[in-house]
Design a protein around this ligand. Structure first.
Ligand SMILES: Nc1nc2c(ncn2[C@@H]2O[C@H](COP(=O)(O)OP(=O)(O)O)[C@@H](O)[C@H]2O)c(=O)[nH]1
Ligand SMILES: [Mg+2]
Length: 234
């Protein structure tokens, strides 16, 4: 969502350049100023923005961009290349445990999309990677959270492990992993309850679950609108 509005703004700046023939150095500077403002308003950190702008400017000036016949396209290319570089370039594959099942724990704030993402991940691992996946329902706090996961599991034809809401999340998670071992599951995705960082008791419980499970991967699910506070949540 964040990158949609950001990319719209950047496209707007670029379109202004694209429509014209030759550009002056001043045109390019002005466009980069607008890109800079768009990035800052999208909550990209100042140091990242500075680096981004200076990289694009360096490349653009190196090519004497404003003398080119299609300067707009070149600016688009540089902006895009740099955005991809900032976003981390390549995707990192999920780490699989040498001793199955691989345990993946979904963490993140209330409503961030943990359960939805657990479902998407389960489908991906099942269909693309041909893995036997178990979903574990450990959100015992929100009414209907278990049901939500069960409905997802049914839609995806993925087994859901649950023990109702009378057991502790740690116990349910441990039992789910034991079940996964016994039944030869490749992967157990543990859907946890939402966490507000301010809530110390719940944070502690999440840490206990992590310590008990020693998950292969812990995935932090964030809303794209979170911005720089994401660093604090992590
Ligand atoms: N637009 C949008 N909505 C999402 C996305 N992921 C989840 N949601 C919605 O956000 C709400 C909370 O999602 P849920 O997975 O239950 O969050 P959880 O509390 O972290 O488990 C639900 O209404 C979802 O339909 C997403 O990628 N895009
Ligand atoms: Mg949930």
């Amino acid at each position: 969502m964040m990158f949609e509005s950001l990319s719209e703004r950047i496209s707007g700046v670029i379109d202004k350049l694209r429509g014209r023939g030759k550009l002056t150095e001043e045109d390019v500077k002005k466009a980069l100023r607008e890109v800079r403002r768009a990035l800052l308003e999208a909550d990209v950190s100042l140091s990242v923005v500075k680096k981004f702008i200076s990289q694009v400017r360096e490349k653009a000036i190196g090519e004497e961009l404003w003398k080119s016949l299609t300067p707009g396209q070149l600016v688009v290319k540089h902006v895009k290349d740099e955005l991809v570089a900032i976003m981390g370039g390549e995707a990192v594959p999920l780490e699989m445990s040498a001793d199955p099942p691989t345990v993946i724990m979904m963490v993140g704030l209330n409503g961030a999309g943990k359960t939805t993402t657990a479902g998407k991940l389960a489908r991906y691992l099942k269909e693309r990677e041909k893995k036997k996946v178990l979903l574990a329902a450990t959100d015992v706090y929100r009414p209907a959270a278990i049901k939500q996961l069960e409905v997802l599991g049914e839609q995806l034809d993925v087994q859901v492990f649950q023990m109702g809401d009378k057991n502790s999340p740690v116990d349910i998670a441990k039992a789910a992993v034991a079940h996964g071992e016994k039944e030869d599951f490749d992967i157990v995705i543990v859907d946890t309850a939402g966490r507000l960082q301010a809530n110390e008791e719940l944070m502690k419980e999440l840490e206990d679950t992590r310590d008990a499970l020693k998950p292969t991967e812990t995935l932090l699910v964030l809303d794209a609108m979170t911005g720089q506070d994401a660093v604090n949540i992590a």
